[in-house]
Design a protein around this ligand. Structure first.
Ligand SMILES: NC(=O)c1ccc[n+]([C@@H]2O[C@H](COP(=O)([O-])OP(=O)(O)OC[C@H]3O[C@@H](n4cnc5c(N)ncnc54)[C@H](OP(=O)(O)O)[C@@H]3O)[C@@H](O)[C@H]2O)c1
Length: 345
């Protein structure tokens, strides 16, 4: 098969489009013929550049922390999947052969970092982490959906327990988790959504995605605006994922009684000063939770297939253009998702 392999860390030129042996599914594994794998700023570009040693990438490495495609072959013990089914898989998974269900006590790691990833015509993954794609959801959108939607879903639906009619303030309106968060809050939960961002254009992106109100924190005071919008009550949920030390302290003081702050990211920080008086006075809960619950994935994919959530798919390129994709993301980290499709060459 053709695969995009790195043998050393460095610039985009270390990505080599090569002929390698087809991977063989081990016990409990499914081999997927890949139609889509996303390119990510941290998990692909920074790993390739050698800036993520704490993730312990294993060289030589086929990058790609997710994949969507069709089942191509199955290993011993696999009963859940058969050839031709449309599926996707992503993220952290067992590294050793394992049964389809039940306890697994062995080592785990991300595909594309600790085990071969989706930048290839074929990839093997444990059956237990594979999800079926609903009708109407294409491979390219599915790969992008898996990257962001379950994390946002987990934060809003499981961690914050956002309810219909509650107020939520979404930070980073035009970012990946922000844009998805707005749509889950509005279209799935039925909450009232205020979004904020650091430019009028990015605020507009948020309101066009369905936010009821938008605040440009560069020109407006977040707390004053939130209190005006909510009739002095403040928001029930603050959904952050950025930890901007200039902005989060003000947004924190816009949280109302029994409010919840949820987050899975801190790329704008990580150190932020918060008002502890406001924390205890308003009985606020802070929950930091990366990742997602696997049982939420079918719900997330269905919401995307039904058009309740639009994913930020910017470009689809052949797998052989991976180095170009990495250069594009390095030049413009906010450009939206690039998907590599090995069936295009
Ligand atoms: N699957 C996932 O998506 C996932 C899972 C777990 C964790 N995370 C983490 O969640 C965070 C958000 O991910 P994302 O993909 O949504 O991020 P993103 O789209 O790259 O950025 C979100 C927003 O952050 C603000 N921002 C960007 N760079 C900044 C900087 N240097 N300082 C301050 N603000 C900055 C921008 O908003 P404004 O300038 O308009 O405020 C931007 O729109 C990241 O830390 C990521 O590692 C993501």
């Amino acid at each position: 098969m053709k695969a995009m392999v790195i043998r050393s860390f460095g610039g985009p030129e270390v990505l080599e489009y090569q002929q390698v042996a087809d991977p063989q599914p081990r016990r409990g594994e499914v081999r997927i013929r890949v139609h889509a794998a996303t390119v990510n700023r941290v998990l692909d570009v920074s790993v390739r550049a050698g800036r993520e040693p704490q993730r312990h990438p294993v060289l030589p490495l086929i990058l790609g922390v997710d994949c969507a495609g069709t089942v191509d072959a199955v290993g011993d013990g696999v009963t859940l999947w058969k050839g031709g089914e449309r599926v996707a898989a992503a993220g952290t998974m067992p590294l050793e052969p394992c049964e389809e269900s039940g306890a697994y006590a062995g080592p785990v790691g991300m595909m594309g970092i600790r085990r071969p990833g989706g930048f290839a015509e074929l990839v093997c993954v444990p059956s237990r982490v594979v999800d079926a794609l609903p009708d109407g959801l294409g491979f390219h959108e599915a790969a992008v959906a898996l990257r962001h939607v379950p994390t946002a879903w987990n934060l809003l639906c499981n961690e914050a327990r956002l309810k219909p009619g509650e107020w939520v303030l979404v930070m980073g309106a035009a970012g990946n988790l922000g844009a998805i968060g707005i749509q889950i809050a509005k279209n799935v939960v039925g909450a009232r959504v205020i979004c904020t961002a650091g430019s009028d254009a990015r605020v507009r992106t948020g309101t066009e995605l369905g936010a009821d109100h938008g605040i440009n924190y560069k020109t407006q005071d977040i707390r004053d605006e939130v209190l005006k919008i909510t009739g002095g009550k403040g928001v029930d949920v603050l959904y952050d994922n950025i930890a901007n030390p200039e902005v989060l302290p003000k947004a924190f003081r816009a949280i109302g009684m029994n409010g919840r702050l949820v987050t899975a990211g801190a790329h704008g920080g990580p150190n932020v000063t918060i008002d502890f008086f406001h924390l205890y006075d308003r009985r606020i809960t802070i929950r930091g939770t990366p990742g997602h619950k696997h049982e939420d994935v079918p719900l997330c994919l269905r919401a995307v297939a039904e058009g309740k959530i639009k994913v930020p798919l910017a470009k689809v390129l052949p797998l052989s253009h991976a180095a170009e994709a990495h250069r594009m993301i390095e030049a413009d980290p906010g450009m939206g998702k690039i998907v590599l499709d090995p069936t295009m060459g």
